[in-house]
Design a protein around this ligand. Structure first.
Ligand SMILES: [Zn+2]
Length: 362
C-alpha cells in the first residue's frame, strides 16, 4: 500500500495542481492590516437558565439557586465565529524524520503546548464540520488530524492505555497539564490501521470510547482522482464498512482524501452508496473557513501540514501559519462562548445562508 509519507512529492504535486498554493498566498494577502475593535454591545443571547435545585429540600430555608453566568459581550472577547480554523495534519512521529510528513515526539509536544498557550482548544473534524464547537468564550478551535493509522499515533498497551511516546499519550499529557485543552483528535484510517489485526481494532475501539474521532481514509488508500468513479465509491464504502465493523454502533462522518486528490465529481467523496459525510479533508495548505461562513465547502476542507520553521516548504506549514494567525487576531475563529449565537464583527464576513438566522454581527 502506498502511504503518504513515502510519497511526499506526490502530495505536493496534488497540492500545487489544485491551486491550493495559490489559495494560500491569496489568503495571506487578504489579511487586513488591522480591524478596529468595535465596542458596541452586541446580541449575545439570553443567559443560561439554572436548572439546579437545592439538595436540602427537607429544610425550611432553601439555598438560592446559583446566579446564572452573565452573557459574554462578544466584542469584549473579540469573538469571530466566521473566522478561520487551523486543521492540522499529522502522519507519524519518529525520532529521525525522513520527510516533511514526519514529526518528532518533541516537536509534536511543543506544538500542542504552543496551541494550549495561544488559547486553542481541540475539536474533532466531525464537530467542526457539523458546526458543533462548544468551546469557551475567547478560545479558538483547532482540529488535530492523523492520517494512515501509523502505530506511532496510537498503540494500546497491556494496561489498555496508549503506549508511552505515542501521539495520543502525548496529547493526554499536554491536556492534563493544561485544563480546558481537550484530548481529542481525528484519526483517518485505511485497512490494517495501528499495526493491523486485533491490535488495530482494539485501538479503534479505544479511540471511539475516549472521545476521539475515527474517520475514513479509504480502504486501499486510493487516489480518487485517478480511480474510476465506481472504483472510488467502492473503496470509500469499503473503508467505511471496515470502521463500522471494527467499532460496533459507530458510523464515520468525515473522510480525508488520500494524497489530497479529489474525485472529478467532488460530491462523490461526500456521499455515495454506503456512506454519507459532513466533511471531506484536503491535504494543503491554509486555514479552513468557519463552518458557518459562506466560504465553507464541506467537500474541500483545507488542512495545514504540521511542520517546524526549518523544514522544507515550511512556509506552508503549521509553525508559520500559527504565527500568521497570532499576528492577526481578527483572523482566527474566536468563540463567543454561546453555542446558540454565531457572533462576528460587522464587515468581517458573511454567514452561509442556513446560518443567517442564528448569526449576529456586532
Ligand atoms: Zn494517507
Amino acid at each position: 500500500m502506498t502511504r503518504d509519507w513515502m510519497t511526499p512529492s506526490c502530495e505536493k504535486c496534488v497540492t500545487l495542481s489544485e491551486g491550493v498554493y495559490i489559495a494560500a498566498m491569496a489568503w495571506r494577502r487578504l489579511i487586513p492590516a488591522g480591524i478596529a475593535l468595535l465596542t458596541v454591545a452586541g446580541c449575545a443571547g439570553g443567559p443560561l437558565q439554572s436548572v439546579f435545585s437545592s439538595p436540602d429540600s427537607g429544610n425550611a430555608v432553601e439555598a438560592p439557586p446559583p446566579a446564572p453566568a452573565p452573557p459574554v459581550d462578544p466584542a469584549e472577547v473579540q469573538a469571530n465565529e466566521l473566522g478561520s480554523v487551523p486543521v492540522l495534519m499529522y502522519h507519524r512521529l519518529v525520532d529521525d524524520p525522513v520527510s516533511v510528513y514526519d514529526r518528532t515526539p518533541e516537536g509534536f509536544r511543543a506544538e500542542l503546548e504552543r496551541l494550549a498557550r495561544e488559547g486553542y482548544v481541540p475539536v474533532t473534524t466531525a464537530e467542526f464540520a457539523a458546526g458543533e464547537m462548544d468551546i469557551p468564550a475567547g478560545k479558538h478551535p483547532v482540529v488535530l488530524t492523523f492520517d494512515d493509522g501509523d502505530p506511532s499515533t496510537i498503540t494500546i498497551g497491556p494496561d489498555n492505555a496508549p503506549a508511552e511516546g505515542t501521539a495520543v499519550q502525548i496529547l493526554q499529557q499536554v491536556a492534563a497539564a493544561n485544563p480546558g485543552f481537550r484530548p481529542v483528535a481525528s484519526m483517518y484510517v485505511n485497512a490494517d490501521p495501528f499495526g493491523g489485526g486485533a491490535a488495530g481494532e482494539k485501538a479503534l475501539r479505544w479511540l471511539h470510547e475516549n472521545g476521539f474521532e475515527v474517520g475514513n481514509h479509504t480502504f486501499g488508500h486510493t487516489n480518487l482522482r485517478l480511480a474510476s468513479a465506481a472504483e472510488g465509491e467502492q473503496d470509500i464504502a469499503r473503508g467505511d464498512r471496515f470502521i463500522r465493523e471494527a467499532v460496533p454502533g459507530y458510523e464515520p462522518t468525515t473522510l480525508a482524501l488520500p494524497f489530497g486528490a479529489r474525485p472529478r465529481d467532488a460530491e462523490s467523496a461526500l456521499r455515495g452508496s454506503g456512506y454519507d459525510y459532513t466533511g471531506v479533508l484536503l491535504v494543503g495548505a491554509n486555514p479552513a473557513p468557519s463552518p458557518y461562513s459562506e466560504k465553507f465547502e464541506p467537500a474541500a476542507i483545507p488542512r495545514i501540514r504540521s511542520q517546524g520553521y526549518d523544514d522544507d516548504e515550511a512556509e506552508y506549514g503549521s509553525s508559520v501559519w500559527l504565527d500568521e494567525l497570532a499576528a492577526n487576531p481578527e483572523s482566527p475563529y474566536t468563540s463567543d462562548g454561546n453555542p446558540d449565537v454565531i457572533s462576528y464583527p460587522a464587515g468581517s464576513g458573511s454567514p452561509a445562508d442556513r446560518f443567517v438566522t442564528t448569526a449576529a454581527a456586532y
